[in-house]
Write a protein that binds this ligand. Structure first.
Ligand code: N2P
Length: 379
């Protein structure tokens, strides 16, 4: 791990003493706040509140940070960008570090929900691959650092008689009744995620995934409503384990890492194969990047940046990917990523596959149309 500038560097022993909550009161009786001494030394806060996607970090990464730096992490999870936004907009001010995706970063910047970061305090930012720096949704990385990236496609049960003959290669496998009839009795899951599900429908219809057209979005809604009776579940949280690994479904709209996770968790040494395969539909779809950002309301900004820097350490970032099976934007992490993950085209797809995929943008005012369609879909 690269050394932090001296004034941010915490001497763990000192912190433990300072935070012991001794009878003398003063800063040490402060439950979470940081303190800055006259010489500019920042002592890390006692606590940091981190709000991340479900099942998106190896717990050991958290406990290691707590043990090494004496900061207690209050960890909470959300299921979608929209849930995260709703939480912040409902006035929740306790969260310090959050993990919005690309389009949601743009929206949150606009809504003034994010605090600017100081990259000079995040030396491990130098570990990030140039391809992931300075993304259009956050020019100059003024607000966020890249955390994980991936793709969205279709996971399907290997060995299923229908899929053996007809390997899913199109979003038709999620939307066309003639196909759905052939395997829906085995269970089909879709991501409980409004941009993702609407994007899959838009891709199948040949529309721009960032369309602002009401006509396009209504067509996507209608396609979804026609297929919905064939779907068993809307789940984007624990579908990997509770539905795919558990064989409760035979096909799922899926994020790359969850499909790969299901493959590795069901891997059989004898057959040298896992039960779940992942396909990127020929019509294309979404590629996404999730980011670590600091809320505007955070009162523990220096500690939050310290934590961001920790996440960007090469070995820590590799441990994240070795747990989540998502792509890492951290170039320095690559040598520490398990070989089977590094060489897995479902996780790190070839250029020609990536070129078929689109990043999602902040839809501007059309967000209200997306919300309206989603309400109709879920109703
Ligand atoms: C993992 C969540 C993946 C995040 N459970 C997709 N943006």
């Amino acid at each position: 791990m690269k050394k932090l500038p001296l004034y941010l560097l915490l001497i763990a022993g000192l912190l433990l003493v300072a935070c012991g909550g001794g009878p003398s009161g003063g800063p040490s009786s402060n439950t979470g706040g940081e303190t800055t001494s006259d010489d500019g030394t920042v002592q890390l806060a006692r606590e940091l509140s981190v709000y991340n996607w479900t099942d998106y970090i190896d717990e050991e990464i958290i406990t290691n940070y707590e043990a090494e730096y004496g900061v207690k992490i209050i960890y909470d999870t959300f299921a979608s960008n929209e849930d995260l936004l709703a939480k912040l907009q409902s006035g929740a001010t306790g969260y310090d570090v959050i993990f919005p995706s690309d389009y949601m970063v743009a929206l949150m910047i606009e809504l003034d929900l994010l605090a600017e970061i100081d990259l000079s305090q995040i030396p491990n930012f130098a570990n990030i691959d140039d391809d992931f720096v300075n993304a259009p949704f956050d020019p100059g990385n003024k607000y966020c650092v890249p955390y994980q990236w991936g793709t969205t496609g279709i996971a399907y049960r290997a060995g299923h008689p229908f899929f053996e003959e007809n390997p899913p290669d199109s979003w038709a496998y999620l939307f066309e009744p003639e196909l759905l009839q052939q395997y829906s009795s085995g269970g089909i899951n879709v991501l409980n995620d409004q941009r993702e599900l609407i994007s899959a429908a838009l891709a199948y219809l040949g529309h721009d995934l960032n369309t602002r057209s009401r006509t396009d979005l209504e067509a996507a809604r209608d396609l979804i409503l026609q297929a919905k009776p064939y779907w068993k579940t809307f789940n984007s949280e624990d579908y990997e384990d509770s539905l795919m690994v558990a064989d409760e479904v035979v096909l799922s709209h899926s994020w790359s890492g969850d499909a790969s996770g299901a493959y590795y968790k069901t891997y059989d040494e004898e057959t040298e194969d896992g039960n779940w395969y992942f396909a990127i539909p020929k019509e294309g779809g979404v590629k996404w990047m999730d980011n670590a950002c600091i809320t505007k309301s955070s009162t523990r900004h220096a500690t939050a940046m310290h934590f961001l820097n920790y996440l960007l350490d090469a070995e820590v970032a590799a441990a994240v990917t070795n747990y989540t099976y998502y792509g890492s934007p951290n170039a320095a992490a690559l040598p520490f990523i398990l070989e089977e993950i590094r060489n897995d085209p479902s996780i790190f797809p070839p250029e020609e596959t990536l070129n078929k995929l689109q990043w999602l943008d902040d839809p501007g005012e059309a967000i209200f149309i997306y919300d309206e369609m989603w309400t109709a879909i879920k109703g």
